[in-house]
Design a protein around this ligand. Structure first.
Ligand SMILES: Cc1cc2nc3c(=O)[nH]c(=O)nc-3n(C[C@H](O)[C@H](O)[C@H](O)COP(=O)(O)OP(=O)(O)OC[C@H]3O[C@@H](n4cnc5c(N)ncnc54)[C@H](O)[C@@H]3O)c2cc1C
Ligand code: SF4
Length: 691
């Protein structure tokens, strides 16, 4: 175990680039330091991953083999022009393969708790189990937005009495007070705070740091954690009836999908059980749900976009442990959402705004709503004299219980926010994600060692499966365990709150219903309100809506979007295939531009919280349609997934870029001098570009 851990660590250390070698402007057209360092690094680490796997698997029958041996893959970019070329090239590719017991895609709270629980069972039951975790972030935790309030219930089940561990988790600051307020543009009023929303016993912490801590514990127990390696496609049995593992993305392809000198084919992990823990709207999660029709008996999933900043505030204004949530301004009554403000340890404050992605007005900019929100006296008084040190954005599931798909498929299962376990009114999903990972791990362990049943629930498989699926690991007891767990109970209780905002009175109707339900009914109603449509379908045509006049940022409380993006540390090797893909046919770009510009006023230019999309004025052949050229600054992407959810034409597919690319949310713990230096450089670069 030690050997495996240190080998994995040396792979990790290769992946960690010194910031100076990979830093770049978030603006596509002005990228400064580009791919060479990163490519060398990624290529080196990919080779060393292969070498490590060969070394550790000599006793485990791993092999370097041609891939085509009875498997098909389902890629995350079925419409990509690259696929054809790669498929052609693939015949010649020697791809490293490795056989593992469990392959987990996603090193977030759900995936890591699953990995840890599997290894705990290995130790308890004396049965060896090989567990691999693939994480697309350059480091474990780097794609996890910091500054959250966490319920410790699941953590306590995984590590009882965790505060007395030799190396306790970084639990930050205990929550000390709670309030809910309603905002008008100039004032705020207290609202009743339902008891089940209480934060007593919860912790305000950096979720990125907690996730990194879970990653360390997983490695200590013998889990092989590979950060910087994205799961790019699923390995499907030839008859299509079961999942047989995961393939990581190729590295060293240029923008056109051609191999560069640094080309390294992705690795194939053949797994008895594949657990998908990618968080909300994951790319493989979407594919597996479609392939196995997992959503046929549930409502559509709906989402909110959470935009978050972390501020260092004046010591006098800082009230450690204070938790505030708001409803109302700056959003109108037809737009669901609300803000949070958490006083963390160390003089830091996490604040942010969630905007339901079923918003109707295509002129709305979630980023600008958040920027203007900070000028409200409730926030301005707190932030004045402080410094914004981190920015990030990510979608969260809002569909609740009625939007959770079937959780298992032959050969694996969906975990955490990949399935959609977030408690929307609480804006909390970490505890549920962790618990789901633990339940999935117990099911997987039982399925792999049927003579060593771990008590979670009775096996509920009554239906025999056909074909190769019969041989696939059966994860159906995980679904039963979920329905018998406290996660289900909690989600059932709040299931009607979010959908109650779909009513003719908007905010007023939703607040009235949720007040009564959460204070008195507590979900004990015979009815369940439905989520009837996907978010993009709620968007109205621009001709039916009014443009919104947002104030200019003042550079003190509010910022332009590129300044904010520079705080995410996002980075993608420049010369790689664009990971935001339109359909491959020639007319796709023109069709997209025509409809999105003419009918929806170029919605993506406002919806994306990282200024990735632009519809630039253009003439003649330079225009795609409607006098505009559609530009995708993919390097800026912070992996929030909004575009593929909200685009009215539903023609943007988010695919994993080369592993290691994307935001670095753990960066806010870097020394502030270095941070200021980076900001200055980014400002200088971005001032010479168009916005
Ligand atoms: C703005 C915002 C505020 C929130 N506030 C709170 C809060 O205060 N309290 C709370 O409890 N919860 C909060 N949540 C919810 C919480 O973040 C999630 O419920 C929780 O992180 C879910 O854990 P997960 O492991 O399922 O997914 P994630 O935490 O999203 O982790 C998924 C991991 O998988 C990786 N990944 C994705 N795709 C791939 C791939 N193909 N290959 C390899 N790796 C991949 C990602 O990089 C990521 O590291 C908030 C969420 C948001 C967006
Ligand atoms: S391109 Fe899409 S996924 Fe990336 S930051 Fe913009 S909206 Fe989010």
């Amino acid at each position: 175990m030690h050997k495996s851990r240190s080998a994995a660590r040396s792979t990790l250390s290769l992946l960690r680039a010194p910031p100076s070698t990979v830093s770049r402007s978030p603006v596509a057209s002005t990228s400064t330091i580009t791919s060479s360092a990163r490519t060398l690094l990624t290529s080196a680490s990919s080779s060393s991953l292969n070498a490590r796997i060969s070394a550790t698997s000599s006793s485990r029958s791993a092999s370097i083999a041609a891939v085509r041996r009875g498997f098909a893959t389902v890629t995350d970019h079925p419409a990509s022009p690259i696929e054809e070329e790669s498929a052609e090239a693939e015949e010649e590719v020697e791809r490293a393969e490795d056989d593992v017991d469990v392959c987990i895609v996603g090193g977030g709270p759900a995936g890591l708790c699953a990995a840890i629980r599997l290894k705990q069972l290995e130790a308890e039951q004396g049965r060896e189990i090989r567990v691999v975790v693939l994480e697309k972030g350059g480091e474990v935790g780097s794609h996890i937005l910091s500054g959250a309030v966490i319920e410790p219930r699941a953590l306590n089940e995984l590590f009882p009495d965790f505060m007395n561990m030799d190396n306790p988790p970084p639990m930050g600051q205990p929550a000390t007070s709670d309030s809910m307020r309603f905002l008008t543009s100039t004032s705020s009023f207290p609202l009743p705070h339902p008891p089940q929303m209480s934060n007593t016993g919860n912790y305000i912490l950096s979720l990125s740091r907690l996730t990194a801590w879970l990653g360390e514990r997983a490695e200590e127990l013998g889990v092989e954690v590979y950060a910087g390696f994205a799961g790019a496609s699923l390995v499907i049995a030839e008859d299509g009836k079961s999942v047989k593992g995961v393939r990581t993305g190729d590295v060293g392809l240029d923008r056109q999908g051609k191999r560069k000198e640094s080309f390294e084919p992705g690795m194939q992990f053949n797994a008895k059980c594949t657990l998908i823990a990618e968080g909300a709207h994951g790319s493989l999660s979407q594919i597996v749900q479609k392939h196995f029709n997992l959503r046929k008996d549930c409502d559509p999933q709906t989402y909110g976009l959470g935009i978050k900043e972390v501020w260092k505030v004046d010591a006098e204004k800082h009230q450690p442990g204070k938790v505030t949530h708001t409803l109302g301004w700056p959003l109108d009554i037809k737009t669901y959402g609300g803000s949070w403000c958490y006083h963390m340890e160390g003089g830091l404050v996490s604040l942010g705004l969630v905007v339901g992605l079923d918003y109707q007005n295509p002129y709305l900019s979630p980023y600008k709503e958040f920027q203007r929100m900070k000028h409200h006296p409730l926030f301005a008084d707190l932030l004045e004299g402080g410094e914004c040190i981190a920015y990030g954005a990510r979608v969260l599931n809002e569909g609740g219980l009625q939007s959770i798909p079937k959780l298992h498929f032959p050969g694996g299962a969906l975990l955490g926010c990949s399935a959609g376990f977030l408690n929307v009114p609480k804006i909390k999903g970490t505890h549920n994600a962790m618990k789901s990972g633990m339940m999935a791990a117990e099911t997987a362990f039982n399925a792999l060692h049927p003579d060593k049943e771990v008590e979670i629930t009775k096996n509920s498989l009554d239906q025999p499966l056909e074909g190769s699926a019969q041989e696939a690991v059966d994860m159906s007891p995980y679904e039963t365990a979920f329905k018998e767990s406290w996660v289900y109970k909690e989600l059932n209780e709040v299931r009607n709150l979010r959908p109650s905002f779909h009513n003719p009175l908007g905010l007023w109707g939703g607040m009235a219903y949720s007040g009564v339900d959460s204070l008195f009914l507590k979900g004990r109603t015979p009815w369940t309100l439905r989520n009837s449509w996907e978010d993009h379908a709620a968007t109205k045509k621009a001709s039916e809506c009014q443009p919104i006049d947002y104030p200019q940022p003042d550079g003190k409380l509010s910022f332009d979007i590129l300044t904010s993006v520079s705080l995410t540390g996002t980075n993608h090797a420049e010369d790689q295939p664009v990971h935001l893909r339109l359909p491959k046919d020639e007319g796709a770009r023109a069709r997209h531009t025509e409809t999105n510009v003419n009918e929806f006023a170029g919605l993506l230019g406002r919806a994306c919280p990282a200024a990735v999309y632009e519809y630039q004025d253009a003439e003649g052949g330079a225009a795609d349609a409607a006098g505009k050229k559609f530009v995708i600054n993919s390097q800026n992407c912070i992996h929030c997934k909004t575009c593929s959810i909200k685009t009215p034409t539903q023609d943007i597919t988010w695919c994993v870029p080369e592993g290691g690319g994307g935001p670095k949310y753990s960066r806010f713990e870097e020394k502030s001098l270095y941070r200021l230096f980076r900001m200055l450089i980014n400002r200088l670069v971005s001032s010479s570009t168009r916005i």
